[in-house]
Design a protein around this ligand. Structure first.
Ligand code: PGA
Length: 246
């Protein structure tokens, strides 16, 4: 049985005071019988790392540069994240693909550099509403994952995949457990063609996961946890999702 993983994606939210309150409440609410992590804005990583030292909650970043160092103003390199004990880094979130023009190949390069420095990339894939309505879902997620498989080869087994239908992110519209499971099964099949370890890999679902729908989603055979946006900003909500994964 794969152990579930719940990752909070704070996005561009928080403040030093709010983060301290949130983490204090989370520490009090846990531990859970699942892996739990929070991916936080860059400036807060150092403080979050200190707060979570020795706790059962890991931490990570929401993006990274595809380069290890150099003249890339405004970028943050994976070795820097490693210095602060990050276990995870989200790559290819749909907001980065849509708002920052990240291509499948850039996302794959980010996954590669994360692995090279022993961070676990959480590789996001997902279709837009127009793509779903045009029956392009399978083709889109396969194309997005295929770029990463092609770049990483058998090391693909070391990534976490997150299926996040763009139309379900922050909209309150969740994929039904059946809809999500269908795509997760497809992704697992694609991973199986690339690695013998596909059955050990985690495929998370993301998109309006909340306390009241998490258990149903997590009960599906190929849904190994969640990438949680809005509901990761309130300790009680995030703790309830973590409980649902336990
Ligand atoms: P949401 O975001 O839970 O607020 O829909 C999920 C995500 O974008 O990772």
């Amino acid at each position: 049985m794969r152990r579930k993983l719940v990752v909070g994606n704070w996005k561009m939210n928080g403040s030093r005071v709010a983060n301290a309150d949130l983490l204090a409440e989370l520490k009090a609410a846990g531990p859970w019988n699942a892996d739990v992590a929070v991916c936080v804005p860059f400036p807060y990583i150092g403080e979050v790392a200190l707060s979570l030292q020795g706790e059962a909650i890991a931490w990570g970043a929401q993006d990274c540069s595809a380069h290890a160092s150099g003249a890339y103003t405004g970028e943050v390199a994976v070795p820097m994240l490693a210095e602060f004990g990050c276990r995870y880094v989200i790559v290819g979130h749909s907001e980065r693909r849509a708002l920052h023009g990240e291509s499948d190949q850039i996302v794959a390069e980010k996954a590669r550099i994360a692995l090279a420095h022993k961070l676990v990339p959480i590789v996001c894939v997902g279709e837009t509403l127009a793509e779903r309505e045009g029956e392009q879902t399978d083709a889109v997620v396969k194309r997005q994952l295929s770029a990463v498989i092609h770049t990483l080869g058998h090391c693909i087994s070391q990534v976490v995949v997150a299926y996040e239908p763009v139309w379900a992110i922050g909209t309150g519209r969740t994929a039904t457990p059946d809809q999500a499971q269908a795509v997760h099964a497809l992704l697992r099949k694609q991973l199986k063609a690339a690695t013998e370890r596909a059955d050990d890999m985690k495929i998370l679902y993301g998109g309006s996961v909340k306390a009241d729908n998490a258990a149903q989603l997590f009960a599906e055979a190929d849904i190994d946890g969640g990438l949680i946006g809005g509901a990761s900003l309130k300790a009680a909500d995030f703790a309830a999702v973590c409980r649902a994964a336990s």
